[in-house]
Design a protein around this ligand. Sequence first.
Ligand code: NAD
Length: 308
Amino acid sequence: MADILVTSESGALIIDGKAASAAVLDEVAKGAAELITSGIRPGLAVVLVGEDPASQVYVKSKGKAAETCGFHSVQHTLPVETSQADLIALVQKLNADPAIHGILVQLPLPKHIDSQLVLETIAPAKDVDGFHPVNAGLLAIGDRKRALVPCTPAGSLILLQKAMEALGRPIAGCDAVVVGRSNIVGKPMAQLLLAESATVTIAHSRTQDLASVVKRADIVVAAVGIPEMIKGDWIKPGAVVIDVGINRVAGEGLNAKGEPKTKLVGDVDFAGAEKHAAAITPVPGGVGPMTICMLMSNTLTAARRSKG
Ligand code: NAD
């Protein structure tokens, strides 16, 4: 993997998610090319219901990355009023399509559709988001050989591993604190860290004295969705900080259209935390770029498994 670590003025290693993501995409493209010569072209189907602008951007980037990797890539864009039955019928059709190895239904779905029911309709072997209970269960029992792991935590683990390798420290035996217990980030992240033999604490909205909990962590993973809530002085000297949060907040001044500028920040106060951390991911440019490359990686994995 290309050099993804840069030392900042404060001496912390800044973990470059863009470079790490490019390296993963490169590997996936090579893997796909090999699989294609053996007669299987990885196929990814992305399903978008409605016209949510953020979802449209995500879906476009996913399709673009799939094409860059040499995949067969299809997109199904359905109107917002699509019935649950019609969406489920489409998923079932994709489940049965041998040219499709990965199915992603972009969330959030319109309110009249039961998202969980739709996600559970996706064949676990094609569930490249890793949200199906079968994949969550396989991850929980430590069977990564059969599981498809949710993309954001899987990408976060790669960044963490690179930083720990550079620091010459094993993850095993570290105190790891994951802040956030969502099914898509916090819980699977905790499972991955447990599989790496870290001593894992999951903190959440009801955790008392979060500062003390974070202060004892050798590894902090923040997945909360509250701008800069993890303060710099909560970070133990020498800890490694993975900031999953992506929050849009007010910036300074006006943009070219005369509107107030906005900027992205993480769940960690980066400026404060980098003074204490041995390594830290920035926002943007840290965990964010890893999600799409891990989706491509999962699609390649699903395609390889389909071959046996
Ligand atoms: P979520 O809203 O589903 O979960 C947030 C979690 O934070 C909950 O488990 C809650 O218990 C916990 N929490 C809320 N307030 C808290 C508090 N005061 N103290 C401690 N814990 C608290 O969010 P999510 O989907 O897990 O996403 C978390 C963040 O990660 C968001 O900023 C999101 O945008 C970002 N995210 C980024 C990517 C990516 O980088 N590609 C992908 C998914 C999510």
